[in-house]
Design a protein around this ligand. Structure first.
Ligand code: HEM
Length: 418
């Protein structure tokens, strides 16, 4: 990705550019934590921070480390205005305005509000699995991503927003396109990728603008109405750009991340025991064990591996001086494997407690959707386990998710017994 990437993230470091390296970046993280825990990469003009304590500090100190990519010295304004819409959202806004933007939607994501949603998520998960089972080949094989882990969060957020079922496929396509990354060296492919991104951004913007206008005129009981009509502290409403950006953020932030939580967790639960299903067995009918094991999956194969910041003043981290205006990447995925913080950090321990992982970030920008993601993943596994007596991974070459910060696989074929 170029320095104008709307999410403020950069290309992969060269060390992670190959498919196999991005599938298993953990040895490289370990090496960096030991030998260069805070390092400057001149190619990307970016600092990389790898140790737990340092990553947590970068996330917590929102005065020194801004989320606004426009504060970077080498920030280049994108050519098209739509690309900066996302900057108008909480994810890229520092306090004090951050609280205002988050406050418009945060009550919808509180566990109490989500409780009402649980039966609906259960129905959706059950339907998807029944449908996949009906379509299943002779060997009861299915691609968990395609059949289950991908559609579930898209449908849930679409329903929360108030999007009619007939528009869901378009949602999936937009959401996909917007998290996709590409290598800066890809030449033609990069141009194509930018064009696809712009097209998706435009289509989505048009769609949401109409939907927001509709909710202003005829409010309903949905999140789009909350975004269109919600009041800020001073009694004003979100600007058009802020409202639109928030819709797009909710769509992007919650989909492929939750997909990969479910998929990565299957890999953790099944991989770990050479396919004999022991971990899965322990989770069957044990709500607490399942919840604990999902937290460990968030640590062990974190769906979000990296988050970007910009230093607002000169600051020393791990003995290195980061200058004001420099870009910083906090490697959550490495922090979550830091042997200084976790015993047996490179081992998947399903009943690990305590588990202070940074999979949902930390501090001011701690994931708004964490309770929803946890609920979806829990329900997904309860429904999956209720319908299967064993699950094995099919032996195929895995393809990593095409993103420089979301970590997972494009597809995950499993073989199951009912
Ligand atoms: C923020 C991860 C699911 C909405 C974040 C951050 C992380 C994260 C690491 C912090 C970003 C930063 O510090 O810059 C995840 C993971 C998920 C997930 C791993 C799934 C397993 C969701 C869902 C939603 C959501 C389901 C909503 C539908 C958000 C929003 C923010 C955020 C709005 C910005 C919060 C703020 O800036 O105050 N997420 N997320 N996420 N996430 Fe999630």
């Amino acid at each position: 990705m170029s320095s104008t990437d709307p999410r403020g993230l950069q290309t992969f470091p060269a060390e992670l550019e190959s498919r196999s390296a991005w599938l298993e970046p953990f040895d490289w993280y370990r090496e960096m934590r030991a030998n260069a825990p805070v390092r400057y990469d001149p190619t990307r003009r970016t600092w990389d921070v790898f140790r737990y304590e340092d990553v947590k500090r970068v996330l917590d100190d929102d005065g020194t480390f801004s989320v606004d990519p426009r504060r970077a010295d080498d920030y280049v304004e994108p050519e098209r205005a739509e690309e900066t819409l996302i900057f108008e959202t909480m994810l890229f806004t520092d306090p004090p305005s951050h609280g205002d933007l988050r406050g418009v939607v945060d009550d919808a994501f509180e566990p109490r509000a989500l409780g009402d949603l649980e039966p609906r998520i259960r129905d959706l998960a059950g339907d998807l699995l029944e449908r996949a089972d009906a379509l299943g080949g002779p060997d009861d094989e299915l691609d968990v991503v395609d059949a289950f882990a991908y559609p579930l969060p898209v449908i849930v957020i679409a329903e929360l927003l108030g999007i009619p079922p007939s528009d869901r496929d378009r949602f999936k396509t937009w959401s996909d396109t917007l998290v996709e990354a590409t290598s800066a060296d890809d030449g033609d492919e990069t141009a194509e990728y930018h064009e696809r991104q712009q097209q998706a951004q435009m289509e989505m913007a048009t769609y949401f603008l109409e939907a927001l206008e509709d909710r202003r005129e005829s409010p309903r009981d949905d999140l789009l109405t909350q975004i269109a009509t919600g009041e800020l502290e001073d009694g004003s409403r979100l600007s058009q750009e802020e409202a639109l950006g928030t819709c797009i953020l909710l769509l992007i932030a919650g989909n492929i991340t939750t997909t990969n939580l479910i998929t990565n967790a299957i890999r953790c639960f099944v991989d770990d025991v050479d396919g004999d299903g022991d971990v899965l067995e322990e989770l069957r009918d044990d709500e607490r064990a399942l919840r604990t094991a999902l937290e460990e999956a968030l640590r062990y194969r974190s769906p979000v591996q990296a988050m970007g910041r910009v230093a607002t003043e000169d600051v020393t981290v791990g003995g290195e001086v980061i200058e004001s205006g420099d870009r910083v990447i906090a490697w959550l995925g490495s922090a979550n494997r830091d042997e200084r913080q976790f015993d047996d950090a490179d081992t998947f321990v399903p009943d690990r407690t305590p588990n202070q992982h940074l999979g949902f970030g930390h501090g001011t920008h701690y994931c708004l959707g964490a309770p929803l993601a946890r609920l979806e993943a829990n329900v997904a596994f309860e429904e999956l386990l209720a319908r299967t007596s064993s699950i094995d991974l099919v032996d195929v070459d895995l393809e990593p998710t095409r993103s420089s910060f979301v970590y997972g696989v494009e597809s995950l074929p499993i073989r199951y017994e009912r």
